[in-house]
Each structure stands twice: as structure tokens, then as C-alpha cells.
Design a protein around this ligand. Structure first.
Ligand code: SF4
Length: 330
């Protein structure tokens, strides 16, 4: 492990001052990703700024309706919060499908947004990896790529985003709030992650030293009818091969509006307006769900070992929609 300095702060402004906009400074909260990667020499920050004492750990009603979730709220506290379970069950289910109870007790809302890929080659410094070292190549494209993405890939990188929580946040239209030296800003989550393009090491729109302070969820009464479904190799402590977060606004048997996001198959938590369009105005039935699944995966591209994910994701999405609609699978 490389040497680094360590400082503890108690206010958001203090954290931003300490980071000074330097790329080699990192905020540490739960540490469930960062410390692992530091031990592997994949992440080598020179300065760690511990934000665990910054009071951003509240879940509150937002002024215009909805919820405001502090960036330091632990994943387990968010998953089990009464308002989240009642009003946004898709978020609670997504959180509880991820990691293990011990990790959820440590991991924070802000940290979960910044999770790094589980690509084996990214975590092995002996392998070429454009995400870890720009221009070095991608070991996964011609290598063992069973867990990799089928949506949003480029010839530079095909890594999936590993989070479950973020897939639910995509379907719910969450907004990410940040603070930096120049002030504050609010970023819709569908604008937060960037395509890999020429530089896969750039994962999101945050600037160096910019601190996530909160995530807000819009008032969405129909989100009570929502569901997260995850397919994975084992029942616990495992990342998604394919997952789906769905929210349905139904009038009787008809779908007035839908929100659909996929996990485990995209280079970022994958919002599917195509699936939402396919569902809008349709009667909730297996034909409509299958059409939505086809629409969601239409642009998918499989690699040697992961083409199965395309069909798997369709089936997961169809099953999630069936469950959310209160129906039984045919
Ligand atoms: Fe690196 Fe991305 Fe290729 Fe994995 S898929 S080796 S993270 S460039």
C-alpha cells in the first residue's frame, strides 16, 4: 500500500477545503470499496479525508415533497427506514439485495453512488486496463468477460457498474446534491454517470474535491407499486448478472406511466426510456412486458462469455414487471 496522509473533518466545508480540488485527495466514509482498492494498489490517493463525523446522516421529508437522504446515511438504515419501505419499496429491496449485512452497516449512500466496477482485470494491477491506466488496453474484451456489460460498451471498456441501489435510484429519478469550492449543485442521476468513451477512468461528472452531500427522491405516490429483482450466481453477497428496477403507475389494468432501469448489464445503472415508452398506455399483460423487455435490450451487444445476459435481462425485467403489476408469471 502506498503512503498517504489522513485527516478527520466534522463539516462539509472543512472536507472541501482539505481536499483542495486535488485529484489525489479522496474522501473516505464507510471505506467498503476504497480501502479494498488501496490494499490492491488500484487506488493510490495521497490524502484521505475521513468524513464519518460530518453530520449528513439524516433521512428527511424534502421541502417540495419526497425524501432527502443524507450522503452519510448507511445502506442498512436507508433500507429499513419506514418511509422508504412504504413509499419507495424498490429502493429498500435493491439495498437489501446487495452485499452483506455487515457491509450494509458500513456503506453509505454517497459511497454507493461511487462504487467501482468488479471487473477482475481492473482489480489486478498486472493486467491491462484502460479504466485503471488510460491507454493500457482492455483485458476483458478478448478475455473472460462473463460478468461484463452488454449495454453502453465501447472498444475501450466493457465493465459493468456494480451497484443495486443506483439502479433503483435511476428508476425513481433521484437527484444528487453536491458541494464544492464554487458552491452547490444538483445533478439528476441520469446525468451523473458518463459514457466510457475514450477515457473509462472518468465515471461521473464530479470534479476533484466535490463532495456528495445528499440524494433526493421526488414525491411519487405511485412508487409504492415498485419492485427490484436481481439474478445472481448465489443468493447472498453477490453482484447482479442482471437486475431490474421498475415503477408502475397503473389505472386499473392499464399502465399510465412506467420507469425502468437495469443493473448488471450496463456500463452504468441503465435507465431504459425505451421500455417505459413501450409500456405507456398499454394493458398490463405478458405481451406488453415482453415488448418492453425487447425494447430495453434492443441495443445490447454480447461478448464471448456474456451473451446469455441479454436473454437473462429480458426475463428478469419481465418478471419484475409482472410482480409489480400484482400478477403471476405465465
Ligand atoms: Fe479495465 Fe474496463 Fe477492460 Fe475491465 S472492462 S479491463 S475495467 S478497461
Amino acid at each position: 500500500m502506498h503512503p498517504f496522509s489522513y485527516v478527520t473533518v466534522t463539516r462539509a466545508g472543512q472536507a472541501i477545503d482539505a481536499a483542495g480540488g486535488r485529484a489525489q485527495s479522496s474522501f473516505v466514509a464507510g471505506g467498503t470499496t476504497l480501502l479494498d482498492l488501496m490494499k490492491l494498489n488500484v487506488e493510490t490517493p495521497r490524502e484521505l479525508i475521513d468524513i464519518n463525523k460530518v453530520p449528513l446522516d439524516k433521512i428527511e421529508h424534502a421541502p417540495g415533497g419526497g425524501l432527502r437522504i443524507g450522503a452519510m446515511v448507511r445502506n442498512s438504515d436507508l433500507a429499513w427506514h419506514a418511509l422508504v419501505r412504504e413509499q419507495y419499496p424498490v429502493l429498500s429491496e435493491a439495498l437489501l439485495s446487495g452485499a452483506s449485512p455487515q457491509l450494509r452497516n458500513m456503506a453509505t449512500t454517497g459511497g454507493n453512488l461511487l462504487q467501482k466496477t468488479r471487473c477482475y482485470y481492473f482489480r489486478d494491477t498486472h493486467c491491462a486496463c484502460n479504466m485503471r491506466q488510460r491507454g493500457s488496453g482492455c483485458s476483458a474484451i478478448g478475455g473472460y468477460n462473463r460478468i461484463h456489460a452488454v449495454l453502453g460498451t465501447s472498444d475501450q471498456c466493457i465493465a459493468t457498474h456494480p451497484s443495486d441501489m443506483c439502479v433503483a435510484l435511476m428508476a425513481l429519478g433521484a437527484v444528487i446534491h453536491t458541494q464544492r469550492a464554487g458552491g452547490e449543485r444538483s445533478i439528476p442521476i441520469d446525468k451523473f454517470y458518463v459514457p466510457y468513451g475514450e477515457d473509462p477512468s472518468k465515471l461521473n461528472v464530479l470534479n476533484p474535491g466535490e463532495l456528495i452531500t445528499a440524494v433526493s427522491l421526488p414525491a411519487m405516490p405511485y412508487a409504492r407499486r415498485s419492485h427490484y429483482l436481481k439474478a445472481r450466481d448465489r443468493a447472498s453477497f453477490e453482484f447482479a448478472l442482471a437486475s431490474a428496477a421498475v415503477v408502475l403507475d397503473m389505472h386499473g389494468e392499464d399502465i399510465h406511466a412506467a420507469h425502468v432501469a437495469l443493473g448488471g448489464v450496463g456500463t452504468k445503472p441503465w435507465l431504459s426510456p425505451e421500455a417505459a415508452d413501450a409500456l405507456r398506455g398499454k394493458k398490463a399483460d405478458q405481451a406488453a412486458f415482453a415488448a418492453a423487455a425487447d425494447a430495453a435490450l434492443r441495443g445490447a451487444h454480447g461478448y464471448e462469455f456474456n451473451t446469455f445476459k441479454i436473454e437473462l435481462a429480458k426475463r428478469v425485467l419481465t418478471a419484475a414487471l409482472t410482480h409489480a403489476a400484482g400478477m403471476k408469471l405465465a
